[in-house]
Design a protein around this ligand. Structure first.
Ligand code: UGA
Length: 436
């Protein structure tokens, strides 16, 4: 089937490649020329395991083409996927949906009455209805519009797209449902994936509700870390024990400096803003607390460092990790970068190491010093902070580091406490008393 995928950021690039892998004929539309040229040349503009090879594969197979804007070819497409970003507005908690409306304006002249516009971006509930009304006005016919949220995680994006837990279809007409079912048929038939058909507002809500739940789970365990710190408990043991109850589940109970990235933080804020507009703000007021707990964990690292040294003035601190999570070079709302900045603001001489994200760090946080050689970066450090749980750090032999003072704060609770202590280190962990 011929499809367009509009917006080739994280979501769009992955979706376009996944659709091409299924054998569809995909036209990827991306206004940013640099990004477009990279993709057309078989190079991903971000790091994502396995997607790089899949991109080259589908280009070779001729299943995908890249364009800066629509042309006559778009008129033959049976479906147009909207994958543009919906970032948080600078001025408030709300999501900026303007890129979606611009995408619709650009698409309208190239739409046929039988084609279906399928939204995948994360949106405030009610956005799809506004987009449909605008699209119908611009195109002059009753346009088909459906919503099909995406649940992929960075680091496993292609796998999540090709083998999702479930496929959610927000539809309001049979034609849209039929097209969507045809598109996903190869996944459903080979993976036996559950397909959930629902009204469009519910499908919009599914995504923000899922991300809010995940954020709440992480903040819950981090709240327990605060309690553990005050009471001498151990949050890692606590998480293990409660997670064994199947009703609770052990995933997303990893305590530490909390969640970041381009999704969870902005989605809970956008959800609160939308609920306020709907007059039901109090229903999700608790998300404000989840946000605060999360941000407090970042500050906790600074407090622990200051508790250790009194003043941080001129103390050399090595921050291990910049990406918001391992196997990603994404720095959007990264807790690691926030911690590094905070330590620097307190006068410390901060050096950041990351296996993958230092080029980006130079662009988004040029004020932070970085070094791609971990051992060299550790030279004369008086404190090491583990901020992103890369495998390189988990497997690190602490004896290799050239520090002046052997103190480490494990911001992700992943280091082997015995190993580090035996090597003569004082290890400080979040939410745990590790008895140095
Ligand atoms: C998240 C959701 O997990 C996806 O289902 C969703 O599709 C995606 O947002 C999106 O909206 O597009 P992602 O942002 O890639 O995916 O990353 P997660 O794996 O959810 O991690 C988010 C943050 O939470 C990271 O900073 C991670 O370090 C942190 N985290 C995660 C914890 O602090 N503890 C945990 O137990 C799990």
């Amino acid at each position: 089937m011929k499809l367009t995928v509009i917006g080739l950021g994280y979501l769009g690039a992955t979706h376009a490649v996944a659709m091409a892998e299924l054998g569809h004929e995909v036209i990827g539309i991306e206004p940013d020329k640099t990004r477009l040229e990279k993709l057309a040349g078989g190079e991903l503009p971000f790091h994502e395991p396995n997607l790089d090879k899949a991109l080259i594969r589908v280009i070779k197979q001729g299943n995908i083409s890249f364009k800066q804007s629509h042309d006559e070819q778009s008129k033959d497409a049976v479906a147009h996927f909207l994958c543009v970003g919906t970032p948080q507005l600078d001025s408030s908690n709300a999501a900026d949906t303007s890129y979606l409306f611009s995408a619709i304006e650009a698409l309208a002249p190239y739409m046929s009455p039988d084609s279906v516009v399928i939204g995948k971006s994360t949106v405030p509930v009610g956005t799809a209805a506004e987009l449909k009304s605008k699209l119908s006005k611009l195109s002059g016919f009753d346009a088909h519009l459906a919503w099909n949220p995406e649940f992929l995680r960075e680091g496993t994006a292609l796998e999540d797209s090709l083998r999702p837990d479930r496929i959610v279809l927000g539809v309001e007409d049979e034609h849209s449902e039929k097209i969507l079912r045809e598109i996903y048929e190869p996944i459903v038939s080979s993976e036996n994936t559950p397909v959930l058909v629902m009204d469009i507002p519910t499908s919009e809500l599914v995504k923000v509700a899922a991300n809010s739940f995940l954020a709440t789970k992480i903040s819950f365990i981090n709240a327990m870390a605060e309690i553990s710190e005050a009471s001498g408990g151990d949050v890692v043991k606590l998480a293990e024990a409660i997670g064994m109850d199947e009703r609770i589940g052990k995933q997303f109970l990893r305590s530490g400096i909390g969640f970041g990235g381009g999704c969870l933080p902005k989605d809970i804020r956008g959800f609160m803003a939308r609920a306020d507009q709907l007059g039901v703000g109090s229903a999700v007021e608790f998300l404000e607390d989840m946000d605060s707990i999360n941000l407090r964990r970042r500050q906790r690292i600074v407090d622990l460092a200051r508790h250790e040294f009194g003043s941080l003035d001129d103390k050399k601190i090595l921050v291990m990790g910049a990406a918001f999570k391992p196997d990603s070079d994404d720095l959007r709302d990264s807790p690691a970068v926030d911690v590094a900045r905070k330590l620097k603001l307190h006068g410390a001489k901060v050096v950041v190491h990351d296996p993958m994200a230092l080029d980006r760090l130079g662009i988004v946080a040029p004020e932070l010093e970085s070094n791609e050689d971990l051992i060299e970066a550790s030279k004369d450090a008086e404190l090491v902070v583990l901020a992103t749980e890369w495998k390189d750090y988990k497997q690190l032999d602490p004896n290799q580091l050239l520090v002046k003072n052997k103190t480490v704060i494990d911001g992700r609770n992943v280091l082997d406490v015995g190993l580090w202590q035996q090597a003569g280190w004082k290890l400080i962990a979040l939410g745990r008393n590790v008895h140095n």
